[in-house]
Design a protein around this ligand. Structure first.
Ligand code: AMP
Ligand code: MG
Length: 396
């Protein structure tokens, strides 16, 4: 059995960006990672422009300027100014070549055809220079950069319509368990409604990944081997749910062995999720996740997520970790490390009731996981605790 940190280190040292890439229109690139650096095809901005509404001045000693023309956003005009002259100008408009500065409208008094400035002006004031954001030929975004709304918009502002991104990992889910039925079936004695398929599918979708296949497997060695074999075909990651513990009807470990999967680790000193397995078959990875739903999801967030992010070209080590004051006393003498469902509110974190690995009710309300290291802790209210922010959690 290995420690959480060792397990995570094994995942990270085995995770490299997928080699293949694809060229996609910008509007299909949200959350994708650049396969190579992007070269700026133009200067940005591509002309000198005014950053305010006001007057573009050809500077002289006096505070009064005569207004000779007007330039608004989108105009191509380049009125010629003599010393002491100005043009009315608006935000985003081209600054005439021989204007020295722009003064904000709010700092002027307008007369008929003249304007008096009420504040000192420096040369270049309120003028955004050509290329001041990015110069043509520069590489403003590097290989691996994840493209968020801002990145997509930035590329569009350079006139770029398509970009080369790392392809997405192909993920297959294998669900095991004789007791599992779907919500369309009648709930009979001994059966439970299956929930890990949607759990994993949705957690993947949150990362922009569509599951390519979900298979349901009876607890038998033969069927487990068959379904795993199919899953490995054309998958970068196989996620197995359940059947990885030590029960007589847990066949995943044996099936993986028979399929010659290389074990990287099995069993982590953590709760939930102790019987986690991570291995490799050819170029593909497999995580066998313990079937209790809170274990499945904790293991997904802590170990699968960093692998996914790195395969798709990013550099993340997983969920963002922050140190936050705990809202109450907390102590534990548990030898294993704990990932506890929690909520962050008013800049403090509270551990929720219902921490058993079978319970989703607390997870469904959580926006964070509190990490308690091995051998437990004795925490007073207000002490700092390491807290992992679940995806989409924004600290307020
Ligand atoms: P296992 O890891 O297969 O020993 O399963 C541990 C517990 O998780 C058992 O109580 C299972 O019934 C439950 N479980 C396993 N797989 C699922 C699933 N796909 N959906 C909901 N519960 C599950
Ligand atoms: Mg099972």
């Amino acid at each position: 059995m290995i420690a959480v940190e060792e397990a995570l280190a094994f995942v990270l040292e085995n995770s490299f960006p997928l080699k293949e890439s694809e060229i996609l229109p910008i509007n299909q690139c949200i959350n994708r990672n650049l396969a190579k650096a992007v070269k700026a095809p133009i200067d940005l901005p591509s002309f000198r422009l005014s950053s305010v509404d006001g007057y573009a001045l050809c500077l002289h000693q006096s505070n009064t300027y005569s207004i000779v023309d007007e330039v608004k956003a989108g105009d191509a005009a380049n009125p010629s100014l003599k010393i002491g002259e100005c043009v009315r100008i608006f935000t985003g408009a081209v600054v005439p070549d021989n204007a020295d500065a722009v003064i904000m409208q709010e700092k002027t008094i307008r007369n008929q055809d003249t304007v008096t400035i009420e504040a000192p002006v420096n040369k270049g004031q309120n003028i955004r220079l050509r290329g001041s954001q990015v110069k043509k030929g520069d590489f403003p975004l590097k290989k691996g950069q994840v493209l968020q709304a801002s990145g997509l918009a930035f590329l569009k502002s350079l006139g770029i319509d398509q970009v080369e991104v790392v392809r997405l990992p192909k993920v297959t889910i294998v669900i095991t368990g004789n007791e599992l039925i779907t919500s369309s079936e009648k709930l009979t004695r001994g059966k439970i409604y299956e929930s890990n398929s949607i759990l994993l599918q949705a957690a993947l979708l949150n990362q922009g990944i569509e599951t390519q296949l979900i298979s349901f497997t009876e607890d038998s060695l033969k069927e487990t081997i068959n379904n795993l074999k199919k899953a490995f075909f054309n998958s970068d990651i196989v996620l197995v749910s359940g059947g990885i513990s030590v029960g007589d009807y847990d066949f995943v470990k044996q099936a993986l062995k028979e399929l010659e999967v290389k074990e990287i680790f099995y069993k982590v000193r953590q709760r939930p999720g102790k019987p986690l397995f991570f291995g490799k078959k050819d170029q593909g990875f497999v995580f066998a996740l313990p079937g209790n739903p809170a274990s499945t999801l904790s293991c997904f967030y802590v170990y699968v997520l960093p692998l996914l992010t790195r395969l798709k070209g990013g550099k993340s080590n997983g969920l963002i970790r922050v140190s936050i004051p705990i809202a109450h006393d907390f102590s534990s003498d548990e030898p294993r490390a704990l990932f506890l469902k929690a909520t962050i509110q008013n800049k403090t974190v509270s551990i929720l009731d219902g921490q058993h690995s079978s319970m989703l009710v607390s997870f469904a309300k959580a926006n964070a996981l509190v990490y308690i290291p091995e051998q437990g802790v004795f925490l007073k209210k207000g002490s700092l605790v390491e807290t992992l922010l679940l995806p989409n959690t924004i600290l307020t």
